[in-house]
Design a protein around this ligand. Structure first.
Ligand code: AMP
Ligand code: MG
Length: 288
């Protein structure tokens, strides 16, 4: 995509936001807008316009799924507390027909989940043919808090990067296109959002006292994120860095990445599995 007034991007987000091209996450500016030229007003208008494109593509994927196509898309969302993962689910997921989505959030593993391999609960939540899966947190938690707090020994989490690459390759081989977005919020913006959560009774539900403790491990998390990008940003299942200090920008960026992903499937409307001319005559012959 060159300079294109339809989309507002001078460089397509699929290139401009690719983790491997953006340098260390510790130096990444959460207020930046790589590849995008417009301001907030333009960005918000664009999200509405591009949301319609996304909705059409999602319907196309769903229609193919209904006709037996087994392909699907998986969007993995990661990010520090208050980075806006839930907002992406609501505001980007909310642009398409909810029937076509398979949304799953991953919290602290239950006892049952802990009694299985860490990918067990992930496999159970994968999108089936024709659907877009959205993971609010994912198997990457098993190399994030788990690594930062050594919830399993290093010898165990260390192997997970390769295991995750193999798992994602398996997904892609099975017809699931995987894209992974890390929402990057600055420390200052996180403080602002946590403050707001305590000032508004309608946001208390989002506040978790433990988030303050996790913030104390900020640099360790950055290191754990960097290891993820260094070791699991593959062409098979690429990682994108989404600057998340501006919610309008992160939503627009993820919408655009999903559009790109769906377009790359090169889908057509499935042909009728009945004789159209015969059916037209039958409908014409109906009384009233
Ligand atoms: P939330 O997304 O706000 O509902 O928070 C979910 C919490 O569960 C976060 O603190 C995550 O870090 C934590 N969590 C998710 N998956 C895991 C995991 N596999 N191991 C440990 N903690 C996890
Ligand atoms: Mg939370």
């Amino acid at each position: 995509m060159g300079k294109n007034d339809d989309t507002g991007w001078s460089t397509a987000p699929f290139e401009a936001l690719r983790a491997s091209g953006l340098g260390p996450i510790a130096a990444f500016d959460a207020g930046s807008r790589p590849g995008f030229d417009g301001d907030k007003d333009r960005g918000e208008d664009l999200l509405t316009e591009r949301g319609e494109v996304l909705a059409d593509l999602q319907e196309l994927l769903y229609a193919n799924g209904r006709s037996g196509d087994t392909r699907s898309v998986l969007l993995v969302l990661q990010g520090m507390d208050s980075a806006g993962k839930g907002g992406i689910v609501r505001h980007v997921g909310g642009l398409v027909d909810p029937q076509g989505l398979a949304i799953k959030g991953f919290g602290k593993p239950t006892e049952e989940e802990l009694s299985h391999d860490y990918l067990w609960r992930i496999r159970k939540a994968l999108p089936t043919g024709g659907r877009i899966g959205i993971f609010d947190r994912s198997h990457y938690e098993d190399v994030l808090p788990v690594r930062v707090h050594n919830l399993v020994p290093e010898s165990v989490w260390e192997k997970r990067y390769d295991e995750i690459n193999a798992f994602e390759q398996e997904l892609v081989d099975g017809g699931t296109t995987v894209i992974k977005c890390a929402l990057v919020v600055s420390k200052a913006e996180q403080k602002k959002r946590l403050t707001e959560r305590l000032e508004r009774p309608d946001e208390y539900w989002k506040y978790n006292p433990g988030d303050i403790d996790e913030r104390g491990y900020w640099d360790d998390y950055l290191e754990a994120y960097q290891a993820i990008f260094d070791r699991t940003d593959t062409d098979t299942a690429p990682w994108f860095l989404i600057p998340a200090d501006s919610k309008w920008f992160s939503r627009l960026a993820v919408c655009e990445l999903l559009i790109h992903t769906l377009q790359s499937l090169d889908l057509d409307w499935p042909p009728a599995d009945f004789d159209v001319e015969t059916e037209k005559k039958r409908v014409e012959a109906l009384d009233v």
